[in-house]
Design a binder for this molecule. Structure first.
Ligand code: COA
Length: 148
């Protein structure tokens, strides 16, 4: 598979939403993605295969820090290394914007996401009790020091 990586534009939101709604119990809305695309302090990276979006990740910036609030690989493309490739591309973008530390929260039971994050180099820095709803669950807080 040959994937390409680029920043999302407003025309991508419907495709991003379709992947998000299929994956998440409390999905983001159209307006949250629009806000991220319109903002100078956020960006969305999409991975495409033959011009079809296969994965995306959202980043909020407070340089030199950033947050990763949402990342999804379309179900049929999971477990093939695309999450890693998307993170690698995104980390190079973050670096070029002067970001040296990336934070995220993840459901304690989300083995796939925790594996991806650990593989990329994130470390656990704490836990937020009952952070998530539907179903209620603790969040694991993680941090990645990006070498600039
Ligand atoms: C989490 C997610 C983005 C991972 O994407 P992916 O493309 O499947 O991940 P990759 O194939 O790049 O795998 C990355 C690493 O995680 C591991 N991994 C992936 N899925 C796994 C699973 N189900 N169980 C255990 N390990 C897993 C891989 O083995 C790989 O490690 P390795 O390089 O040592 O072999 C994807 O599963 C997803 O979209 N899940 C639903 C949305 C979600 O939960 N997002 C995160 C919210 S915080």
């Amino acid at each position: 598979m040959a994937f390409e990586f680029r920043y999302a534009s407003l025309e991508d939101i419907d495709d991003i939403l379709a992947i998000e709604v299929e994956a998440m119990s409390t999905p983001w809305t159209y307006s949250s993605y629009k806000e991220a695309i319109d903002s100078d302090h956020a960006f969305i990276v999409v991975a495409t295969e033959e011009n079809t979006i296969a994965a995306f990740a959202v980043f909020y910036l407070t340089v030199p820090e950033a947050e990763l609030p949402d990342i999804v690989v379309e179900r049929g493309h999971r477990g093939q290394g695309l999450g890693r490739l998307l993170m690698d591309y995104s980390l190079s973008q973050l670096k070029s914007k002067g970001v040296d530390t990336l934070f995220l929260e993840v459901r304690e039971s989300n083995v796939a996401a925790r594996s991806l994050y650990t593989r990329v180099g994130f470390e656990e820095i704490g836990k937020r009790k009952y952070f998530y709803s539907d179903p209620v669950e603790d969040a694991i807080c993680m941090r990645l020091d990006i070498e600039i």
